[in-house]
Design a protein around this ligand. Structure first.
Ligand code: M7G
Length: 337
């Protein structure tokens, strides 16, 4: 088996941005070399995965063929996400001709088989994501949980959500700054616009293994640092949003031959990371969290701001929060849920 490893590495020798999520880590560790020598990085990644000692399963998703396990890499807490990758059209002929087939059952026009494809076709490449070291807070994010839909008025935003965002900041944005500063994922960049006000970097979301375009998933990370969520957007940001929308769509057309009419371009509210980023996914592919309760089409966002500059500052927003979310506790404490 040749696992493709996407690693969020922040162990010994790695510098992390410090926010509430990262307070369990020492601020004095040094930065890892992530951008230059691919071979060396790969070797390190494989080495880390082979040292992973599993302790318990956090989540199993049979439909997505995904399992998330908790454990340790030496003495550091870690989470590993394993996902079986989708079929690709180019391997089908070999799959039918070159496989060992064991009949299972036959009834009328129906029959089932166990098809033993040769190892390189048989889903043996497993998309593997390691998060290490991982905080208790982040481990919780991976455990299956019921969600609650909250109603956030502008007053709730001002007195509950904003203070929460400012105080706790949720997960570290270090990975975002690494991308913007070309300290990580440089070779994965699909398009970039360097303009400090309207510019952005477009690259594959790490949920996408880029093996096939059926589950295309890119994110555009804006260069400006002071926009956390939809709530911060006003009409003055329309040129930036239009820029991301148009140039992002053009880049996807150029790189993947997918026209704008085949794309879902949207932002999340609430996001997991408070630095504005825009999701580009293929229409027809429904990743988790693309539902109406959390996603806002960029085209709608732009039009709403054109109609009213303060649209997102005034309106009541609805979104799901996990039962164990700290923000939900604040809503409960305020008697809003
Ligand atoms: P979100 O809307 O803040 O929250 O999206 P979500 O994770 O609940 O969707 C953040 C997006 O950034 C997600 O789609 C993540 O898969 C993606 N992402 C997160 N990290 C840590 C990375 C990373 O290091 N690299 C890349 N390329 N994408 C990431």
């Amino acid at each position: 088996m040749t696992p493709t490893a996407q690693i969020i590495m922040a162990g010994k020798g790695t510098k992390r941005g410090l926010d509430s999520d990262d307070n369990e880590f020492s601020p004095n560790v040094k930065k890892a070399k992530v951008e230059s020598d691919d071979v060396a990085v790969e070797a390190v990644c494989e080495n880390i995965i082979s040292r992973f000692k599993m302790s318990n399963v956090l989540s199993v998703n049979a439909r997505e063929k995904k399992i998330i396990v908790n454990g340790k890499v030496t003495d550091q807490d870690a989470v590993v996400i394993l996902e079986k990758t989708p079929f690709t059209e180019d391997t089908l002929a070999e799959m039918f001709n070159g496989s060992t087939v064991k009949p299972d059952m036959t009834n009328y026009i129906y029959s089932t088989y166990h098809l033993q494809a040769s190892p390189h076709l048989n889903g043996t490449v497993i998309k593997t994501t390691l998060v290490c070291p991982v905080t208790k807070n982040r481990i919780r994010k991976y455990i299956d949980q019921e969600s609650v839909l909250v109603e956030e008025t502008r007053i709730d935003y001002e007195y509950i959500t904003l203070p929460f965002i400012e105080k706790h900041k949720s997960f570290s944005l270090q990975w975002v700054y690494n991308i913007l500063q070309k300290r990580a994922e440089v070779e994965r960049i699909v398009f970039e616009d360097p303009h400090p006000q309207t510019g952005f970097v477009l690259l594959p979301d790490f949920k996408w293994d880029q093996k096939q375009e059926d589950d295309l998933y890119l994110i555009a990370i804006i260069r400006r640092r002071n926009i956390r969520t939809l709530r911060d957007l006003t009409a003055q940001h329309i040129p930036m949003l239009m820029n991301v929308f148009c140039k992002g769509q053009m880049a996807v057309l150029e790189h993947y031959s997918l026209p704008a009419s085949k794309l879902r371009v949207y932002v999340h509210y609430q996001p997991a990371f408070y630095h504005l980023h825009i999701h580009f996914t293929k229409l027809g592919f429904n990743p988790p969290s693309c539902g109406v309760e959390r996603s806002h089409l960029l085209a709608d966002v732009i039009q709403n701001l054109q109609c009213d500059s303060y649209y997102y500052q005034k309106r009541t927003m609805y979104y799901p929060l996990r039962e164990d979310s700290n923000l939900l506790s604040k809503f409960k404490a305020a008697g809003r849920v």
